[in-house]
Write a new protein. Structure first.
Length: 328
């Protein structure tokens, strides 16, 4: 019997934990040839998320529920990495605890891998019904811009929800960069992938943890993780400024020849040029600084996360591992 491991990042999802477990159990009751393992990744929750996870462990009592609890909030990207790096299932899926990633899609995902020969299957949201128009517009703009300025090709509406073979998981985990952008990593590693489309689904309980500000930070991180276009663009910007300055100098020269009395102090022109060039230089230095900051964080080689406690059934005797761990 093949095991499908579900990696589920959680941050203050106490209302969703049991509902998610019940939904998964119902689905796998119909998939007789498969068993499941749920690996909850508690991303430093301050509510009763961990209490709910431990309750389910007692209810299930079949060693199908395990967890890693972070020492603080490291972010969803770190949670996904932790789950994938510790996974042992034949197939591994990443999906959210709030059921906005429909667990029912696991069935066609399995079919795509086992019957159609794909290496992985990913969920793609084809509608944003119920989502604010401003947020939908930002999302469309994000996919348009990132596909223009990076080397990756992100499919609009793509999500982190994906079922993968072990080879795909190992490829993703081998990219142990600290500033992670999972959607970009999915696209960069390649492999034969099938898109499974679905309509937008509302949260089953609780509130979203993604504000407009956090989404902007996430998009910005994605740009810097896979785009070198801004650095190359600085070269062209410098060339354009040099060209404009030459044209402006020629214009001033001919004006001085034709109407020498009109060329007085030139104070206004000089200030405009100084302010313009000063702004350009500061912008360029800021862009370079962003990339240097990323290099600085990478060369520190800090752990991606710290686990305060964990319960992982890995050994043959199913002995639980509760040691605090550091994962690079």
């Amino acid at each position: 019997m093949k095991k499908i491991e579900l990696v589920v990042p959680c941050y203050n999802e106490e209302k969703c934990i049991y509902l998610f477990y019940e939904k998964i159990k119902k689905i796998f009751n119909e998939l007789k040839e498969y068993d499941f393992i749920i690996t909850y990744i508690d991303d430093g929750s301050w509510d009763h998320t961990m209490d709910e996870i431990k309750k389910i462990i007692k209810i299930d009592n079949q060693q199908r529920i395990q967890y890693i609890s972070f020492s603080r909030n490291f972010g969803k990207e770190a949670a996904i990495y932790a789950g994938l790096s510790k996974s042992t299932g034949d197939y591994v899926a990443v999906l959210d605890a709030d059921l906005q990633h429909p667990p029912e899609l696991i069935v066609p995902m399995i079919k795509a891998i086992e019957e159609e020969g794909y290496d992985c299957a990913s969920a793609r949201r084809v509608s944003r019904k119920g989502e604010p128009l401003f947020r939908s517009a930002l999302s469309r703009g994000f996919y348009y811009v990132i596909n223009k300025i990076t080397v990756i090709d992100l499919v609009p509406g793509s999500t982190d929800y994906r079922l993968m073979k072990r080879s795909v998981v190992e490829a993703i985990v081998s990219m142990n960069e600290h500033e992670r952008f999972t959607k970009g990593i999915y696209a960069w590693v390649g492999f034969k992938n099938k898109w499974i489309e679905y309509e937008n689904v509302e949260r089953v309980a609780g509130n979203t943890k993604w504000s407009i500000r956090s989404l902007f930070r996430y998009a910005y991180s994605g740009f810097l993780s896979f785009a070198t276009t801004p650095l190359r663009g600085i070269i062209y910007l410098g060339m354009i400024i040099v060209l404009l300055s030459v044209i402006f100098a020629i214009k001033i020269y001919f004006n001085a020849l034709n109407t020498p009395d009109s060329q007085r102090t030139g104070y206004a022109s000089l200030m405009i040029l100084i302010l313009f060039l000063g702004g350009v230089i500061i912008t360029i230095l800021g862009m370079i600084g962003e990339y240097l900051a990323r290099i600085f964080m990478e060369v520190k080689n800090r752990p991606i996360y710290f686990a305060r406690e964990s319960l992982l059934y890995k050994n043959e005797d199913k002995e639980s591992d509760r040691l605090a761990e550091i994962k690079m």
